[in-house]
Design a protein around this ligand. Structure first.
Ligand code: HEC
Ligand code: HEC
Length: 376
């Protein structure tokens, strides 16, 4: 077991220097704001034993816990949206008529009753066409520092317009979506209530705003949040051991904060090249050489439920995903015991789905003016 390590992530590239001494780590030095790792070796043999045998009473080094954060109920960056706006956003989230063939909604690829994913390596969009990337969960996405695997949208409001107009996703356009909505008399009324004072409230921008307002309430607090708020009995001994391994070997360098990720871009394959080099990640957005293979570090919340893993869907089990991370991000061959405990801890990040908030709403009927599906 590695007792000490130090990680530096310079300009987004992780440089690793691993050493196997038993020295007590200088955790303050190692705790640079999101760029360096906490050297999380147990402070003493006694504490290590405590983590392994302490059962419900095992407590993790509280200094390290400060690097994480309990999840909040809603993620707002501005004034909270009205109930009317959220209600409209929920309807639009489930509205298949926003797609060209009127057979796909946001929920088709981000099924809210299945933790916001479709369970596929890559998603089937318009006429079953496959995109190149795995669909990430929409739970908590509103709180991320950027949207998409490559960060090309800043907010959920901006993001939501993307798939509607994407030719291999919903394959429609802003104009077509607005035409459909204006042809169903209930919608202009709902838009007018959600965006009071606007002369022509049914706009593509407001579609994005309403969907975003709904997404800002997609949060799933879990046992991990109870633990973070001081309830030591929320995690059992194996789970605390998994947390100890996770922080000890360096996973926490990249997976920190409220979402255990989603707060930086990092190179996938930072130590050992990623097997699949087809998708170069953020390079496609910036065209900067230093962004090759840089991806947004994904959140680990609900990770138990969002297989398959990685931007390319290349890992089917959580155990495999953890092993691949050890190998490619840290240059470590993890033992079975390490993998098992880390996975046990990761499962404590599984939260409860907000059934009432996500309940599929009734949608108003089409009229004779509503454009018909096309391209099926
Ligand atoms: C055909 C499947 C499909 C449909 C339909 C779809 N998405 Fe996605 N969504 C994806 C994929 C694939 C990605 C990742 C794409 C990328 O990163 O380039 C994604 C990314 C996202 C993200 C970013 C999450 C993150 O972790 O960065 C959000 C939020 C999101 N979609 C919301 C929506 C909303 C809202 C709608 C409806 C307006 C929608 N999606 C429709 C497949 C889909
Ligand atoms: C140097 C940064 C870095 C380190 C260290 C790191 N990760 Fe990751 N992690 C990433 C990035 C970047 C991705 C996205 C990779 C991709 O999809 O291509 C990722 C993806 C994942 C995923 C898949 C998430 C999903 O939604 O598909 C899991 C699970 C994961 N990491 C767990 C771990 C564990 C466990 C460790 C420690 C053994 C670890 N990571 C160490 C950066 C890192």
């Amino acid at each position: 077991m590695l007792e000490r390590f130090e990680l530096k992530v310079g300009v987004g590239i992780a440089l690793l220097a691993l050493s196997c001494s038993n020295k007590k780590p200088d955790s303050d030095k190692a705790a640079g704001a999101g760029t360096t790792a906490a050297a999380a070796a147990p402070e003493s043999a006694g504490q290590a034993a405590g983590a392994e045998q302490g059962g419900a009473n095992a407590k993790f080094n509280p200094r390290l816990l400060r690097r994480f954060k309990a999840v909040s109920g809603r993620f707002e960056t501005g004034p909270a949206p009205s109930e009317a706006e959220i209600k409209l956003g929920r309807m639009l989230y489930y509205e298949k008529r926003l797609s060209k063939n009127q057979d796909l909604s946001c929920n088709s690829c981000h099924d809210l009753s299945h933790y916001g994913v479709d369970g596929e390596a890559t998603s089937a969009g318009f006429k079953g066409q496959r995109g190149a990337r795995n669909s990430p969960t929409v739970y908590h996405a509103a709180g991320y520092f950027a949207q998409f695997w490559d960060g090309r949208a800043a907010s959920v409001e901006e993001q939501a317009k993307g798939p509607i107009a994407n030719p291999i996703e919903m394959a429609s356009s802003g104009d077509a979506a607005v035409r459909v909505l204006k042809s169903i008399p209930e919608y202009p009324k709902l838009f007018a209530t959600a965006f009071p004072g606007e002369a022509d409230p049914v706009t593509f921008d407001n579609v994005g705003r309403a969907i975003g307002a709904f997404e800002r309430g997609l949060s799933t607090p879990s046992r991990w949040d109870k633990y973070l708020s001081g309830d030591n009995s929320a995690l059992n001994a194996t789970e605390v051991e998994g947390l100890r391994v996770f922080t000890n070997i360096g996973c926490m360098v990249c997976h920190t904060g409220e979402f255990l990720g989603a707060n930086s871009y990092q190179k996938v394959g930072s130590v050992e090249p990623w097997p699949n080099q087809k998708d170069q990640g953020r390079f496609s957005v910036t065209k900067s050489e230093s962004d090759r293979m840089m991806f947004k570090v994904p959140s680990l919340r609900n990770i138990e439920k969002t297989a398959p893993y990685f931007h390319d869907g290349s890992a089917t089990t959580l155990e495999d995903a953890v092993r691949m991370m050890g190998k490619h991000q840290l240059g470590l061959e993890l033992s079975e015991a390490e993998v098992t405990s880390v996975v046990a801890w990761l499962k404590t990040l599984t939260g409860e789905i907000p059934r009432d908030y996500i309940a599929a709403p009734e949608l108003p009927n089409s009229t004779k003016d509503t454009p018909v599906p096309s391209g099926g």
